[in-house]
Design a binder for this molecule. Structure first.
Ligand SMILES: CC(C)(COP(=O)(O)OP(=O)(O)OC[C@H]1O[C@@H](n2cnc3c(N)ncnc32)[C@H](O)[C@@H]1OP(=O)(O)O)[C@@H](O)C(=O)NCCC(=O)NCCS
Length: 161
């Protein structure tokens, strides 16, 4: 069974948002923030994604297995803040593979294709955030060559403090 990686098109809005929701729910279960339950927000977000797919600095890749979409990568090109020497960086915000299709190299194929695209767009680095207890994803990124360069710290605050 061969995996195909393709760029999303105008008809993929629903699939993309379904994958993003599935990823966020899975992240919630391993320490991520609680996902928004408001259906109105998600209807708006579908329209937003339809716009974002067309933007040149955004990347939406879908992984296909037997003609059905089983994985998603979302990323965008970011120009570093002007206090730094000018540099375009590629930020990966979503990598998701449906549970039934995991451990077949699909996420690896998505990330590698995204990095090829980012290089062609003259990006000089790529980055992403990963929950510290998301061992599967940390293993994926380490295997591809990502290294920790920053720690993001969180302190939970009491209500009415
Ligand atoms: C993380 C995720 C994207 C991996 O997708 P996948 O297609 O199964 O990944 P791959 O088959 O390309 O695996 C690549 C490497 O990731 C690591 N990995 C993936 N699944 C793993 C698991 N269940 N246990 C341990 N390591 C795992 C391994 O290092 C693996 O390499 P190997 O198979 O040679 O050991 C998938 O599990 C997923 O969608 N998880 C929920 C969403 C998520 O965590 N996204 C990342 C947010 S930062």
């Amino acid at each position: 069974m061969s995996i195909q990686i393709r760029h999303a098109d105008d008809d993929d809005g629903h699939t993309i948002v379904d994958f993003i929701q599935a990823m966020l729910q899975e992240m919630e279960s391993v320490g991520g923030h609680e996902v928004n339950h408001d259906g109105k927000f998600w209807r708006w977000y579908r329209q937003e994604i339809a716009e974002l797919i067309r933007m040149r600095d955004r990347l939406y890749l879908l992984a296909q297995l037997e003609n059905s979409a089983v994985g998603l990568l979302e990323g965008k090109i970011i120009r570093l803040n002007e206090v730094f020497v000018s540099l375009d960086s590629f930020h990966i915000s979503v990598v998701y593979v449906e549970p039934k299709a995991r451990r077949r190299g699909i996420a690896t194929a998505l990330v590698r294709e995204a990095l090829r695209w980012a290089s062609k767009q003259a990006c000089r680095e790529a980055d992403l955030n990963v929950l510290s207890n998301n061992d599967k994803a940390r293993g994926l990124y380490k295997k591809i060559g990502f290294e920790i360069f920053q720690h993001k710290l969180r302190l939970r605050l009491p209500l009415n403090a």
